[in-house]
Design a protein around this ligand. Structure first.
Ligand code: PLP
Length: 447
């Protein structure tokens, strides 16, 4: 059986005490000399695409969060990647959780998290879901409209409410204002209605949009939140919760943290009695998952056919080599459609050996998913070595956010499974690639 690469490169020792209880009972995982190994021997088909989740990367992001935003408690946005081991790790590290549905709430409660560590951060909920939240002890929930207040008054009158306000989302890859958020002008009316219904409003939340590429927008959002706090005081409430939402991009995280810290210091200079939380999703998981895919088919101009080759004749602009891999936009690569991502393949193995980048000839290529739909294009134009063949492996990094959570089984293709590591590799991108390739090839050759 292939073994998940072990070794002890870059493993943070502090994570080890947490892992055995987190992973106990997982059929594919065992710990050897403190390093987690996974056996894929049960895999009936060694060509299957698979994720490798490096849990130590999630842990490193948590350390980064604590170092940069020590005053802000993260409530991980479960929707981003509800992987059971990511959730258990974060639960053990003490984060809270942002849930958006009954299903997410029960997933978190089932791993033993206290309901007080959950914020039900969906401003538009089914009334039965609101009632269920009350039944299971989740009291903190967001709202942004009057109808929601009537529902909550009926189904969960003891809830602690957080008014979600609009924030500038124009600097984010995924904007939310079109669907959620109360304009500041409407907040006094909403708070008056909440008072009339005898509801407890405890604070304010916003979301600058997911994948925020200009973190200066946090400054304006915090300023708006302060205005909403003042409106709360006017309405007779004493707010105690500020929720600064998600949107944190890995590469801009430190900048975002500085903008947030400064804005909170400016607008909430006296924040005694105020708890500040956030709802980060992609920041925690994006880099922790890589995907290995197998080339299952290839369409290339035949050497003999020359310029009369049927493909080039039919569509001269088509990249000369088309690769078909065993995950696509109906699976893990749904992030291309729903999360506006572009992905970049690299060669993991070629001709049964590790791929070491060299000056080998490359060809204009495109990469396609396995389904029968032509929208299933993973990468319309890229350069890949001309010597790539069916059976070789392509890798993709940064596949942890908004991927596996929304994957479908369209056309009967299974969702790629996840294999876990505590970071036996991960020091450099090259090490990740080599180890993924080793793993992929071990399976391919049934070693
Ligand atoms: N909070 C809410 C209410 C969201 O809708 C989302 C994303 O959709 C998040 C948090 C997480 O955002 P991100 O992954 O950008 O941190």
């Amino acid at each position: 059986a292939g073994q998940l690469p072990g070794g002890n490169i870059n493993v943070d020792e502090n994570i080890f005490p947490l892992l055995p209880p987190l992973l106990r009972g997982h059929p594919d995982v065992h710990l050897r000399n403190g390093v987690m190994n996974a056996s894929r021997s049960a895999d009936p088909d060694a060509e299957n695409a698979f994720f490798v989740a490096d849990l130590s990367q999630v842990y490193r992001q948590h350390l980064r969060w604590q170092a940069c935003l020590p005053e802000i408690q993260p409530f991980y946005a479960v929707k981003c990647n509800p992987d059971p081991y990511v959730l258990r790790l974060l639960a053990a590290l003490g984060t809270g959780f942002d849930c958006a549905s009954n299903g997410e709430i029960s997933q978190i409660l089932d791993i033993g998290v206290d309901p007080s560590r959950i914020i039900y951060a969906n401003p538009c909920k089914a009334v039965s879901f609101v009632r269920n939240a009350g039944k299971v002890g989740v009291s903190c929930m967001t709202f942004d409209n009057e109808d929601e207040l009537y529902k909550i008054a009926r189904a969960h009158p003891g809830a602690q409410l957080v008014v979600r306000i609009l924030a500038d989302d124009s600097k984010s890859v995924c904007a939310f204002n079109i669907k959620f958020g109360a304009a500041l002008a409407t907040v006094p009316g909403l708070l008056a209605k909440a008072k009339e219904l005898n509801l407890d409003v405890v604070g304010v939340s916003f979301h600058v949009g997911s994948g925020c590429y200009d973190p200066s927008v946090y400054t304006d959002a915090v300023m708006r939140a302060k205005t909403a706090f003042d409106m709360g005081t006017e309405a007779g409430y004493q707010f105690s919760l500020l929720d600064v939402g998600g949107g944190f991009e890995d590469a801009l995280f430190e900048q975002a943290a500085t903008f947030l810290t400064d804005a909170i210091a400016t607008y909430f200079s006296d924040r005694r009695g105020i708890k500040v939380i956030a709802e980060p999703g992609r920041f925690y998981v994006s880099k922790a998952f890589s995907l290995a895919t197998n080339i299952i088919a290839r369409r290339a101009p035949s050497a003999d056919a020359g310029p009369t080759n049927e493909n080039s004749e039919a569509q001269p602009d088509r990249p000369s080599v088309m690769y078909y891999i065993n995950d696509g936009v109906y699976g893990a690569f749904n992030c291309i459609l729903f999360d506006h991502q572009t992905v970049h393949p690299y060669v993991l193995s070629m001709g049964g050996s590790f791929h070491v980048a060299s000056s080998e000839p490359v060809a204009n290529s495109s990469v396609w998913g396995p389904t029968c739909d032509s929208i299933d294009c993973v990468c319309p134009a890229t350069q890949l070595p001309g010597a790539l063949r069916v059976g070789d492996w392509l890798g993709f990094d940064g596949m942890g956010a908004y991927t596996v959570c929304a994957a479908s089984q369209f056309n009967g293709f299974a969702v790629s499974r996840v294999i876990y590591t505590t970071g036996g590799f991960g020091a450099t991108a090259l090490e990740v690639r080599r180890e993924l390739a080793k793993f992929a090839m071990a399976d391919r050759h049934g070693l």
